[in-house]
Design a protein around this ligand. Structure first.
Ligand code: OAD
Length: 228
């Protein structure tokens, strides 16, 4: 029986809550260019466009409710005899809404970040270019989202968790974006058993020992049952 579980989640866990994924057919990256809306260079070039993109994401996320997969992971964290660490690449707040504690390695829609002084505050639903920082007053507010070319948050903490885990699960992620896509290898190196849950094989499926194929709202609750 595992004593420490690390769970990585991606956009697929929120798909059944109505939030679009990035790389599935018709996903966000089919409709928007990554360079335009998810890089520091894109923000420097056209901050209004980038704010519009994240304002839209924030509005959609505000309407979404956690689904059975988020609720099952929160229950696992509450009731499991050992430790359960949830790391998400998602910027929505559905894990928290389900009652879980979560590490947001790619930032959060609910947070704003001052590019001048690094202060963070609760993002308003609608942000605009020149958003003033409540701490230093600079008009340098940006979404607190990790863009391509930026370092994901809490990496040291996450790596420590991976080194100490004996079960690693990845749920609803395409395994295309590093460093998250490499977590499975780090967990294996630490001797953990690994399991992937996805609608289909992902780019890193070969690295996992076990696979549960199906929608997160079905496979995650039944997996959680086997652990409790
Ligand atoms: P992707 O859009 O790349 O992948 C979503 C995955 O979820 C795919 O493998 C789908 O097969 C799977 N999926 C879709 N619906 C599902 C369901 N109902 N149940 C289970 N699985 C399902 O999303 P991520 O892997 O999260 O980063 O993307 C990683 C990062 O790339 C994101 O955090 C974002 C993006 O660019 C930044 O913006 C920095």
């Amino acid at each position: 029986m595992a004593e420490k579980i690390v769970i990585l989640t991606g956009a697929g866990i929120s798909a059944e809550s109505g939030l679009g994924t990035f790389r599935d057919e018709g996903g966000l990256w089919a409709q928007h260019r990554i360079e335009d809306v998810a890089t520091p260079e894109g923000f420097a070039k056209d901050p209004a466009l980038v704010h519009r993109f994240y304002n839209m994401r924030r509005a959609e996320a505000a309407k979404a409710q956690p689904n059975a997969a988020h609720l099952a992971l929160a229950r696992l964290q509450r009731e499991f005899s050992g430790e359960v660490v949830i790391v998400t690449q998602n910027v929505d707040a559905l894990h928290e809404a389900a009652g879980a504690e979560v590490i947001h390695m790619h930032g959060a829609l609910a947070s704003a970040l001052c590019a001048a002084c690094g202060h963070r505050w609760g993002a308003p639903l609608v942000m605009a270019p020149g958003e003033p920082c409540p701490a230093c007053g600079a008009g340098a507010g940006r979404p607190d989202i990790v863009w391509f070319g930026e370092m994901p948050y809490f990496m040291e903490q996450i790596e420590d968790h991976l080194l100490g885990c004996d079960l690693f699960a990845a749920i609803g992620t395409s395994g295309q974006v590093y460093p998250a896509a490499g977590f499975v290898q780090q967990a294996r190196y630490a001797g953990a058993r690994t399991i992937e849950m996805n609608l289909r094989d992902s780019d890193s499926s070969h690295a996992f020992e076990d696979h549960l194929i199906g929608p997160a709202s079905k496979v995650v609750p039944s997996w959680v049952e086997t652990l409790l």
